[in-house]
Design a protein around this ligand. Structure first.
Ligand SMILES: CC(=O)SCCNC(=O)CCNC(=O)[C@H](O)C(C)(C)COP(=O)(O)OP(=O)(O)OC[C@H]1O[C@@H](n2cnc3c(N)ncnc32)[C@H](O)[C@@H]1OP(=O)(O)O
Ligand SMILES: CC(C)C(=O)C(=O)O
Length: 555
């Protein structure tokens, strides 16, 4: 790629740059949302949706709370037309939902569009024509007055057809490729259309400002919106809508800044599907608001199900990193993130009334149908003791003593590193079992008998590679007595450093889990774990595991 004079900045900043709106730091109320999934999203698919998929998608949008839905371009194809007719004839449009249809400024297309919406309780007819310098000169070969005439002719036709309709029809105009248009001209053409539509009708008109192909930074777009907002005729009777595309990866930012700058309405799609790099992702914009305590008026409580329907209907794949909806967006593989999340979750348990502020999780995954199981803490070679300990506790009720966590953490990491793969919770548990639990090799204790005198006497049968022997020893408790017997018989040099235990609920059977650490002469610690329904057996199993690990010199 060679830098050259082939490219330059081709946008038209608003002539006035007041930027008052930039003082605002958040959006305090939701806009009118309009989903254009079934039109802009659909027209960008390799295979546009069929009737059945469109119907399922429409119902999903209604359930999510969309009250304005651009259902297609009815003049484009039989499927588009049939979809519109099916919705109307089968009474599938709820009373409070308005369908929207797109048309070019060409009479036969406008006529077919109005024919398609006959009988709809409410509809928005959306007229567009291109206004940019590039389109005027290269595509339409028309000068500015001719482009205005095209818009006005279309506007007049739409008005005539609307007046003949018994349904409740509102009108929308888009100066397509708005951001490639000189701002004074964009304003002039919008006002020309408004003059036609506002003449003898008090109904609000939608002026939609598409960033058809994004070509500048988001604040430039927002200020263009602010400029038009200040100068449109009868602004109080205009619903100012935005429709950013994502060519520069800024469609969400453009929508948000445009809302600060005075826009009332956002056209976008679920997950940002749409032409080329897509439209503005409404899920992200809405959940960004939600995360700041503002009700977006849309409900994404089962986002995984929505992603499933979306992927099936569109044949598209939602990127793992897609905000809120991607499969990995709540996942923490790295140790310090996991540690902070695990501690944050614990903190939250003891502060249930606090607002959500868990490190690394912008919203509670549960709110949108995600789970803590599998979605949040995941284990690979980047993980740490905090996350690995959290996972064992969360899934298996194993509360590793602090001193044991680090060693086990490094052990799990290294296995993942060598295998070069993620480890699932059951794999981590298996490693835990294989490494620490009820180890009976090279030494086993097939029988232990106790007798109580001043302290405790233990008679221990010890099985090793060299045979079986029975030894007796006393101690100040059962574990101590068994430990003394084993240490003397095997001529080991260690001190019993720690012993802890807790109950372990495994299905309906309660078991005890015991953790023992032994310290050898050099100060090295060896951990062992015992799990058994009998707490004494659990503790001696833990001791035996630690002894075996010491003999094998595994930490
Ligand atoms: C930015 C956007 O997303 S805009 C929406 C784009 N969506 C779509 O195009 C999907 C649906 N479109 C279609 O199915 C077809 O294009 C149809 C049915 C609308 C029209 O089909 P056709 O007439 O066969 O073809 P086509 O779209 O190529 O027509 C191009 C002609 O329309 C003109 N035209 C394009 N847009 C408009 C418009 N908004 N208003 C008036 N004329 C227009 C072009 O200048 C060109 O004119 P020419 O014949 O004098 O050269
Ligand atoms: C028709 C308009 C609104 C459009 O889709 C665009 O410009 O992206």
């Amino acid at each position: 790629m060679k830098h050259s004079s082939k490219y330059t900045r081709q946008f038209f900043p608003a002539p006035e740059g007041e930027f008052q709106w930039l003082r605002k730091t958040y959006i305090d109320h939701p806009p009118v949302w309009c989903s254009v999934d079934l039109r802009d999203g659909n027209q960008a698919l390799v295979t546009p949706m069929n009737l059945k998929d469109k119907l399922t998608f429409f119902q999903m949008l209604v359930q999510a709370g969309f009250r304005e839905i651009e259902i297609g371009f009815p003049a484009a194809s039989e499927t588009e037309y049939a979809f519109c007719r099916t919705l109307i004839e089968e009474h599938l449009i709820p009373e409070d939902v308005t369908i929207q249809v797109l048309t070019q400024s060409r009479e036969h297309i406008i006529a077919r569009t109005f024919e398609a919406i006959q009988g709809a309780p409410h509809a928005i007819v959306h007229l567009y024509n291109s206004t940019s310098v590039a389109q005027r000169t290269q595509v339409f070969h028309k000068d500015k007055p001719e482009i205005i005439a095209l818009a006005v002719e279309g506007a007049m036709l739409c008005r005539e057809y609307r007046d003949k309709c018994s349904s409740d029809i509102r009108l929308e105009y888009s100066p397509e490729s708005f951001t490639g248009t000189e701002m004074d001209f964009a304003l002039e053409i919008c006002n020309a259309v408004l003059d036609v539509w506002q003449q003898d009708c008090n109904q609000p008109v939608i002026i939609n400002l598409p960033d058809t192909v994004s070509c500048a930074m988001p604040h430039v777009y927002a200020n263009q919106v602010a400029y038009l907002s200040r100068h449109l005729h009868n602004r109080e009777r205009v619903i100012l809508s935005v429709h950013p595309h994502n060519d520069r990866g800024c469609a969400v930012a453009e929508s948000e800044l445009a809302l600060l700058a005075g826009a009332d309405r956002v056209e976008g799609t679920l997950f940002g599907n749409g032409e080329r790099t897509g439209n503005a992702d409404i899920v992200t914009i809405a959940l960004n608001m939600y995360a700041q305590g503002v009700d977006p008026g849309l409900d994404f409580h089962d986002l995984p199900e929505m992603t499933r329907i979306y992927e099936h209907a569109t044949g598209m794949h939602i990127n793992e990193r897609q905000p809120y909806s991607g499969s990995l967006v709540f996942a923490a593989f790295s140790g310090s993130h996991q540690d902070a999340i695990a501690k944050g979750m614990k903190w939250r348990e003891s502060h249930p009334d606090s607002t959500w502020n868990v490190p690394y999780l912008p919203i509670d995954p549960l709110d949108i149908g995600r789970t803590y199981d599998g979605d949040v803490i995941r284990i690979n070679s980047q993980s740490g003791k905090g996350g690995i300990g959290y996972l064992l506790e969360h899934y298996y009720g194993i509360k590793l003593p602090d001193g044991m966590r680090e060693g086990f953490g490094y052990h799990v990491k290294s296995i993942s590193d060598r295998a070069h793969k993620e480890l699932l919770p059951e794999e981590v548990y298996r490693i835990f079992q294989d490494t620490y639990v009820n180890l009976s090799s090279p030494i086993a204790l097939p029988a232990i008998h106790y007798a109580q005198k001043d302290g405790i006497d233990a008679i221990v049968t010890i099985q090793s590679g060299t045979g079986i022997e029975t030894v007796a020893a006393s101690g100040n408790g059962r574990l101590d007595a068994v430990s003394n017997a084993v240490r003397n018989a095997l001529n080991l040099d260690y001190t019993l450093k720690s012993y802890t235990e807790h109950a372990l609920e495994v299905s309906s059977k309660s078991k005890a889990v015991s953790y023992v650490s032994l310290q050898d002469r050099k100060g090295q610690l060896f951990w062992g774990v015992g799990i058994h329904t009998d707490i004494i057996v659990s503790s001696t199993n833990a001791l035996l595991s630690a002894v075996n690990r010491m003999i094998l010199k595994t930490v």
